[in-house]
Design a protein around this ligand. Structure first.
Ligand code: GUN
Ligand code: ZN
Length: 445
């Protein structure tokens, strides 16, 4: 197979920057060599150039920064077209906008069209893997995986399970939800780069029978992911306590049904107590922090100090359409501010780790994605420090890696993502996408 190589600034990680001062590996003059969809080598140009095969063309990008592709650990693809819908909090937002929008996905054409745009938007923002909620309709999961597979991007997704406390038109049953999920696991889990996630929406919209059936399916498939929401909003937490009176806490319901384990990922995790955090750490269950959503819906502030103390695995996520941006850079921007409000200084270096290698490790995918280490899948992005006039002025004055990454996190968004690569193939080029959009606008005018 032919090699391709990129000479650029390179950033990758060999651990959590909060635990070790040598965790970030940065090469100002770096070389990344890719072959057959995988990384062959990445490091200082002077030490890696000897591994170039004869005749390999080296793409010169020395003014750009290559980092592993971003991983978004919680996002709803059917909510793409209702992002930024106004509502006074989570529960009215679900009733007024979310459920009516998700109804449209009974139509496979709507699901296909939205999946195509959704994957385009993720790639434009530099996100190469996401943990994705579909709707209750199994064809919505087919649409997502078909589109992801066509671009050879690694996606994890699942059909929502929901058999009560939602409109009739979005309801499955414990049995049909089980059967549809089993069918989708057989069709998609580990097919190419696709992986399945059992997706009970949240405890209020599942009966005990449905949670039990989901736990049974999880037991049958120990390497399948599980995703849901927990302890996002005060009204939701009170509602859950009324619906499940016998449980110690909201998280304890999922625990009772065998839904805490490695590869189980819970969105929000705001209103937890010490025992919940201890249990998440013990079971290696992941807390997915969604700052733009939590601020937008007024849900509350994720507690970084308590999360760190408990050593529960954490990762970052957009939670679109509750989240207000597809960009993991914008997500870092808001995560930093949420942490600051809690008296915690979250560095940009750690946020880049949380959005790449840290997320991969939390998802038990650290050997495949999230770094530039040899043999890993070549999912990487090229960031442009001169993407906007303001970024150019700011990055011209940064003196440390932390300052450079901080400028990207606070000022960056999709404009900062020059190119995105999945399994070694370019799947997005900012300037081509802009030209394409301008052409479409001219035709429309
Ligand atoms: N809780 C249950 N469903 C949802 C959802 O779609 N978005 C958010 N943010 N929280 C939820
Ligand atoms: Zn969500």
């Amino acid at each position: 197979m032919t090699q391709t190589a990129y000479r650029a600034q390179l950033l990758t990680f060999n651990g959590d920057p909060a635990q070790s001062s040598n965790a970030a590996i940065f090469n100002e003059d770096g070389l990344l060599i890719v072959e057959d969809g995988h990384v062959v080598a990445a490091g200082a140009y002077a030490s890696v150039a000897s591994q170039l095969a004869p005749g390999t063309q080296v793409v010169e990008m020395r003014d750009k920064l290559i980092v592993p592709g971003f991983i978004d650990t919680h996002i709803h693809f059917p909510q793409t077209d209702m992002i930024a819908s106004p509502a006074p909090g989570l529960l009215p937002w679900l009733d007024t906008y979310t459920f009516p929008t998700e109804r449209g996905f009974s139509d496979p054409a709507v699901a296909q069209d939205t999946a195509r745009f959704f994957i385009d938007e993720l790639l434009a923002c530099g996100t190469t893997t996401a943990l994705v909620y579909c709707t209750v309709h199994k064809q919505s999961a087919d649409a997502l995986f078909t589109e992801a597979q066509a671009r050879n991007v690694r996606m994890i997704g699942g059909k929502v399970l929901m058999d009560r406390n939602c409109p009739e038109f979005l309801r499955d049953t414990a049995q049909s939800g089980y059967d549809d999920s089993a069918e989708l696991i057989a069709r998609w889990h580990n097919r190419g780069r696709q992986m399945y996630a059992l997706t009970p929406r949240f405890a209020p919209t599942s009966t005990e029978a449905q949670l039990e059936a989901t736990g049974a399916l999880a037991k049958l498939h120990p390497d399948v992911f599980i995703q849901s929401h927990v302890a996002e909003n005060h009204d939701e937490v009170k509602w859950v306590a009324r619906l499940f009176p016998g449980h110690r806490s909201y998280l304890d319901i999922y625990d009772h049904y065998g839904l805490l384990r490695p590869r189980a990922v819970y969105g929000h995790c705001i209103h937890l107590d010490a025992e919940d955090r201890r249990r998440m750490a013990e079971t290696r269950t992941v807390a997915s922090h969604c700052p733009t959503s939590n601020l937008f819906l007024g849900s509350g502030l994720f507690d970084f100090d308590k999360a760190a103390e408990s050593r529960m695995p954490i990762a970052l996520a957009t939670d679109v359409g509750g989240g207000t941006s597809f960009s993991m850079l914008q997500t870092m921007n808001e995560a930093h501010k949420v942490a600051r409000l809690g008296g915690h200084h979250l560095t940009a270096t750690r946020m880049f780790w949380l959005a790449t290698a840290g997320a991969a490790e939390a998802l038990d995918l650290g050997d495949q994605i999230g770094t530039l280490k040899p043999k890993s899948e070549a999912d990487f992005i090229v960031l442009d420090p001169k993407a906007t006039p303001l970024l150019a002025r700011r990055t011209a004055r940064t003196e440390t890696l932390e300052e450079l990454l901080f400028a990207f996190a606070l000022l960056g968004d999709d404009r900062a993502v020059y190119e995105t690569y999945a399994a070694g193939q370019r799947v997005h080029r900012r300037d081509d996408a802009r030209q394409h959009a301008a052409g479409k606008a001219r035709i429309a005018a």
